[in-house]
Design a binder for this molecule. Structure first.
Ligand code: PGA
Ligand code: ZN
Length: 427
């Protein structure tokens, strides 16, 4: 018999994919079912994200330890949550948010709160004998996401000269998720061959994409075109491209000029939009994330009215999975899509609310990993549960990335018969 009342919560420090500590929580229910949850960690983090609590004790892990967040779970959250129903995710999250009491979860740490929130969901799903995507999404969970695969890395995720952080391929023409994955891997390996033939490095960045020593975004896009064509696919129909500029990383001066971190080039908002318009015209780019900075609401409005009809304009640092910021975007006509990262807001229920709000206003939704990840596969289930339509979880390389894709393969096999119309049409 299922009994989803929480009996015990324990937390520990584990390692993320960069070898930095992160938080894992383990929840045990009255019926002895257990669930775990892990917090990921970003590198190009938004200014308005919930707070990731680190010890700043230089004698351990160069200050990056998370023992204080772990203690907050074991000593502050656990005693108050024992006896609560883990299946009532909204109530669990409200309790934790209230105990924290701060606006940005800085008292207990969003990394502590999120790990518990995810562990409760996993334990409750298991206790009910349901896969996670079904527990969260119910009978309506029915779409497999189109992957947005980051196969060329720049920006804060690599040491090369590219200012744009992510160059991604999207297999929009595939028949189903498993074919989509196969196509992406074929392009990824073809790109490796092309780089090798040119004498360029095939070492990878934090998200598994290659990080060759190039400096120019058009050179990167030409390489992508070459890889797609050489692998035997058609540009624009089989594959389209997506960029994440991560422009909040580009320092702006008092006059609002963006200064690109690596090239040192300067642009105002209008000139950057001109640049994106040029690139979207020259290449099959259908999605552009953080093309402008997180404070540049006026610029976002201008970019959305100029490019928004043809291009998916994704707010990551702009929205930080926060319903207040998404509401502002909706009111002001800024962006037409939202990147969703659980640890930007710090609870599962607030993440679900952010997705619901975005969808209700016609914004597209992309469920996303962080550059520092764990082997946990929660976001794979979440993308199906919420019918997001798109997932961004890196290259088909590094096990913390492939774990999510492999989980999606299993979900696809479990739920959907071949021929079901459950993949694609994501824009
Ligand atoms: P981050 O990068 O996890 O380092 O923030 C991902 C992104 O910007 O989308
Ligand atoms: Zn981003």
């Amino acid at each position: 018999m299922s009994d989803t009342r929480i009996k015990q919560i324990r937390a520990r420090e584990i390692l993320d994919s960069r070898g930095d500590p992160t938080v894992e929580a383990e929840v045990r229910l009255e019926d002895s079912t257990t669930g775990t949850g892990q917090s990921p960690s970003g590198a190009s983090t938004g200014l308005y994200e919930a707070c990731e609590l680190r010890d700043n004790d230089k004698s351990r892990y160069l200050g990056k330890g998370v023992r204080s967040a772990v203690e907050n779970i074991n000593e502050k959250l656990a005693p108050l949550l024992v006896g609560s129903d883990a299946a009532d995710i909204y109530a669990i999250d409200r309790t934790m948010t209230a105990i924290d009491g701060s606006k940005d979860k800085s008292k207990l740490g969003a990394n502590a709160i999120l790990a518990v929130s995810l562990a409760c969901a996993e334990a409750a799903a298991k206790s009910h004998g349901m896969p996670l995507y079904r527990f969260i999404g119910g009978v309506s969970a029915s779409r497999m996401p189109v992957p947005m695969m980051n196969i060329l890395n720049g920006g804060a995720h690599s040491s090369n000269g590219l200012d744009v952080q992510e160059f991604m391929i999207m297999p929009v023409g595939a028949a189903d998720f498993s074919q989509a994955l196969q196509w992406c891997c074929e392009v990824y390996h073809t790109l490796a061959k092309i780089l090798k033939n040119k004498g360029m490095s095939t070492a990878v960045g934090d998200e598994g994409g290659f990080a060759p020593e190039i400096t120019c975004d058009t050179e990167a896009l030409d390489l992508l075109c070459d890889a797609v064509r050489s692998a035997g696919f058609a540009l624009g129909t089989d594959f389209v491209f997506a960029l994440d500029a991560a422009a909040s990383e580009w320092k702006t001066d008092e006059k609002g000029y963006y200064r690109l971190t690596k090239s040192g080039e300067e642009y105002d908002s209008k000139q950057l939009i001109d640049r994106w318009e040029f690139l979207c015209g020259k290449y099959p780019i259908r999605s552009l994330e953080d093309g402008l900075g997180e404070e540049d609401w006026k610029g976002w409005q201008m970019m959305t009215s100029r490019l928004g009809r043809n291009v998916q304009l994704v707010g990551d640092d702009l929205f930080v999975t926060n319903t207040k910021r998404i509401s502002r975007g909706i009111q002001e006509g800024a962006a037409n899509a939202v990147l969703i990262k659980l640890n930007q807001i710090g609870t599962l229920s607030e993440t679900i609310d952010a997705v619901r709000l975005a969808k209700n206003h016609g914004y597209n939704v992309i469920i996303s990993h962080r550059s520092g990840e764990t082997e946990g596969t929660f976001i794979a289930d979440l993308s199906v549960a919420l019918n997001a339509g798109q997932i961004k979880t890196g290259a088909p390389c590094r096990s913390e990335r492939t774990a999510k894709y492999n989980r999606l393969l299993r979900i696809g096999e479990e739920v959907f018969r071949s021929g079901d119309d459950v993949y694609g049409n994501c824009f």
